[in-house]
Design a protein around this ligand. Structure first.
Ligand SMILES: *Cc1c(COP(=O)(O)O)cnc(C)c1O
Length: 375
């Protein structure tokens, strides 16, 4: 039995080696490493891919969220409503700006923020809502956009895991005021280092993002406000442009793998509600790009150990809910405040779903899981 890693970036690189080396060589010969034509070309391509008018390349997904909130002037005294079940950065950037993250619990099936809980936590200090399209599936945006419009606040999408996912015919990231993407190497579109992008239809906001990513420079060395160095490298842009051409094919392979898991787990008598392992349902809003295939399972940590003993990679996204992070203690949240998110932290397990996962690999994952619950 062959080992099945959680993700295999070497397999992807082997397939693209010549194309990527040619792109890297182009940048090396140009000796232009900061912003420039490669970044501009990637920005145009990502804007087109997402159906947004503007795209601004930045240094990471975290910095995409940070500059997006900076461009909305979010700061001390402001509140931003978001999910307690996400990567740390979603809430971290809010706190870094001196604002307060206000959490609303998640939907138990999709793990995305439950729009029904948002209204109750909004106050006159609420300035934005940050839904996360977790694991590659869009959050339920219509009611979120309605709540935001009614209160006159912005929606900033954390689409770090969802480039190419759809919500009712529109691309994730293109529905709110601003949409934020990450090119962390393990994301569906991953660079060879850190990178990110912010998309928007608002020209003025895009111009402000371009200033903020370079010290607030309005023109050379004249700053109208304080920004930072949040630039995307030309090398990353050149590599990402090569990979963008393959992204649709990879999304499709991930979807095929998800289908395969559904068939195999069902054959193995697992997967339904009530079984010790529940498969991730599709909400029906549009395309799920399966950044992760996250099951909910009984005896999660023992299953994970059993998989590891059989050479199968898995991971827990996320083991700690954001409202219970030690560094957010001063926010005053307590265990039990968001029971659905807290249950998820104890029950979720991500299984291998990467595009190059073989049929045999998927079968091995299911067989070893079935043996665990049978034993
Ligand atoms: C990856 C990720 C980020 C941060 O992106 P980086 O590029 O690692 O800074 C933010 N939010 C979510 C939901 C993510 O998955």
């Amino acid at each position: 039995m062959r080992d099945v890693p959680l993700i295999d970036l070497k397999a992807q690189y082997a397939e693209l080696r010549d194309e990527i080396r040619a792109a890297v060589d182009r940048v090396l010969e140009s000796q232009q490493f900061i912003l420039g034509p490669e970044v501009e070309a990637l920005e145009e391509e990502i804007a087109a891919y997402c159906g947004s008018a503007q795209a601004v390349g930045v240094s990471s997904g975290t910095d995409a969220l940070l500059v997006a909130l900076m461009a909305l002037d979010i700061g001390p005294g402001d509140e931003v409503v978001t999910t307690p079940f996400s990567f740390f950065a979603t809430a971290g950037v809010i706190v870094r700006l001196g604002a307060r993250p206000v959490f609303a619990d998640i939907d138990p099936h999709t793990f995305n923020i439950d729009p029904a809980g948002i209204g109750a936590v909004m106050t006159p200090r609420t300035r934005a809502i940050v839904p996360v399209h977790l694991f590659g599936q869009a959050a339920d945006m219509e009611p979120i956009l309605r709540s935001a419009a009614a209160a006159g606040v912005a929606v900033v999408e954390d689409a770090a895991q969802a480039i190419g996912a759809d919500y009712r015919g529109r691309r994730a990231g293109s529905l709110g005021r601003l949409g934020c993407f990450s090119f962390f190497p393990t994301k569906n579109l991953g660079g060879f280092g850190d990178g990110g992008m912010v998309v928007t239809d608002d020209r003025d906001l895009a111009a402000r993002l371009r200033r903020l990513r370079m010290h607030g420079f309005a023109d050379s060395y004249n700053s109208s406000e304080v920004g930072g160095n949040f630039r995307l490298d030309a090398l990353q842009a050149a590599i990402l442009r090569v990979k963008l051409d393959h992204l649709e094919r990879w999304h499709q392979a991930r979807q095929r793998n998800a289908e395969r898991y559904r068939e195999l787990f069902t054959e193995a008598g697992l997967g339904d509600a009530g079984s010790p392992l529940v498969l991730p349902p599709e909400a029906g809003f549009g395309r799920h790009i399966y950044h992760q295939f996250v099951v909910r399972c009984r005896h999660r940590d023992r299953l994970r150990q059993h998989l590891a003993e059989h050479g199968i990679g898995s991971a827990v996204y996320y083991p700690v809910a954001l409202h219970l992070q030690a560094c957010f203690g001063t926010l005053g949240y307590h265990p039990g405040d968001f029971p659905i998110a807290e249950a998820a932290t104890r029950e979720v397990l991500a299984l291998p779903i990467y595009p190059e996962l073989s049929d045999d690999g998927a079968r091995t994952v299911v067989d070893v899981t079935r043996d665990f619950y049978a034993g």
